[in-house]
Design a binder for this molecule. Structure first.
Ligand code: ATP
Ligand code: MG
Length: 443
């Protein structure tokens, strides 16, 4: 059968000049995949995205092939390809070549579906493989000549901003509830209002299924949704269709996210999440949400700080901000400042000034350590930490300028004041508070 005769094939070769298709590593891989008479095609994101922007040159590329995965694992290494069995039970292997990553999946038809665990049957038929994909815009493929195979009108949907399920939305969602989130994720990226009513009502009806999904999968979709230009519009639809309540523990503040994205277009997904939820979740709630999404410990701590730490005052003088940046780390300080600016409606120019002022700020190293106190005969214990903290706070207040000698002198002054205080206190028959001692040391 010639490609022209095949359903879905077009005469046009809109991807003939795609840079990734023409790249030598892609050519070599296609040659290897098709050496024994089987066909292979690029599919999914690279085809979709390059139709919109012909200059695109993604490094992550998906391929569909008639060859079975076991055979790929045998054959490709003999031809010099580094092959990893990344998802063998779905029929996927990964080839890394140069700077590119190719996910190669054997053509499939999904026979029985239990949630995400589709029973897989391999196939020789590209149209069957396209039919198991989620949306028409994701079901397009192209061969080595750049010819487009579009079985379900994906190209037209793409240019019209329509996210349309392949087949019946309800059935497709019942096969895999993650497709609800994927619907909103792709809407956030490509969608133009109004969204498909049939898809929306299927999402609403089956939103309960999201509770059964793993946190990793939800996080993956939410992260990518929040990076998309239309995130706020998509989230609004999610809230309206009762999907939002399955993902967020409290109603998200969409207006605040909108303001954050206007003020800080590069805000990453966790900062966006903080804009959505800040002030509505306490620390325990933040930790539960982080656990549900299976965030790493670092991400959890960052989100928790973004949700609960006090916000800096953008109008405070530079020294205050330097001290905060020193305490919090520059990145967290900057993000809290952005949230503060959103909260207070700060002039964007002032925010910019603040951020620029500290752009080159290298948090200085406090010149003293526990060893310095031990060297002065102070035994290990809470007193060491207390004294160090007192000197450190003075050093911060002095704009981090005092050097090691000055800090040691300060320490000695504190120690002297302490013993004088103890003598005074002993004679006065009372103990001296830490504040008293410090005040005296300062005076
Ligand atoms: P992105 O550029 O955001 O990665 P993508 O289209 O590559 O977009 P992936 O999640 O990487 O999206 O999936 C690759 C392809 O696999 C999709 O284009 C789609 O054809 C198919 N696919 C992925 N997940 C599903 C799913 N849950 N149900 C059906 N098809 C899916
Ligand atoms: Mg992808």
């Amino acid at each position: 059968m010639s490609p022209e005769a095949e359903a879905g094939a077009s005469d046009a070769r809109p991807l003939a000049r795609a840079r990734w298709l023409d790249a030598p590593e892609s050519r070599e891989l296609l040659d290897a995949l098709e050496a024994e008479g089987k066909q292979a095609r690029f599919v999914g994101g690279c085809v979709r995205d390059t139709l919109l922007d012909p200059d695109l040159d993604p490094e992550d590329l998906d391929l569909a092939t008639q060859e079975r995965p076991e055979r790929l694992l045998q054959r490709l290494p003999l031809l010099g390809f580094h092959v990893v069995a990344t998802g063998l039970k779905h029929g996927t292997v990964t080839v890394i070549r140069g700077r590119r990553r190719y996910e190669i999946t054997t053509l499939r038809r999904d026979v029985a579906c239990f949630g995400r665990h589709a029973e897989v049957e391999f196939s020789d038929d590209f149209e069957e493989d396209a039919a198991r994909r989620d949306f028409t815009i994701n079901a397009m493929s192209c061969d080595r000549t750049g010819r487009l195979y579009d079985y379900f009108g994906g190209r037209e949907d793409l240019f019209a901003g329509r996210i349309r399920f392949v087949g019946e939305p309800e059935q497709r969602i019942r096969e895999d509830f993650l497709r609800i989130l994927r619907f909103f994720r792709f809407y956030a990226r490509f969608g133009r209002a109004p969204a498909e009513p049939a898809a929306l009502s299927a999402c609403r009806k089956l939103a309960f299924g999201l509770d059964r999904l793993s946190g990793e999968r939800i996080r993956g979709e939410l992260e990518r949704l929040l990076q998309a230009p239309g995130a706020v519009a998509a989230l609004r639809l999610m809230v309206e269709s009762e999907v939002g309540a399955r993902i967020f523990p409290v109603a998200p503040d969409l207006e605040r996210l909108e303001r954050l994205r206007a003020l800080a277009p590069a805000a990453d997904w966790l900062l966006c999440t903080a804009a959505l939820l800040r002030g509505r979740l306490d620390e325990a709630g933040a930790l539960r949400f982080a656990a549900r999404l299976r965030l790493s410990n670092r991400e959890r701590d960052r989100l928790s700080a973004l949700l609960t730490a006090e916000l800096p005052d953008p109008r405070a003088p530079r020294g205050v901000h330097e001290r905060l940046a020193y305490r919090l780390g520059l990145a967290l300080w900057a993000d809290l400042l952005r949230l503060a600016a959103v909260e207070r409606g700060t002039d964007p120019a002032l925010l910019e000034t603040r951020l620029r002022e500290l752009a080159g700020f290298v948090p200085p190293r406090f010149p003293l350590g526990g060893r310095d106190l031990l060297a002065r005969g102070i035994p290990t214990g809470p007193r060491v930490g207390r004294l160090l903290e007192a000197v450190r706070r003075w050093w911060e207040d002095e704009g981090f300028r005092p050097d090691r000698a000055a800090c040691l002198a300060r320490l000695d002054a504190l120690l002297a004041a302490e013993s004088a205080g103890q003598e005074n206190a002993a004679s006065a028959g009372r103990t001296v508070s830490r504040e008293d001692r410090e005040r005296r040391a300062e005076g």
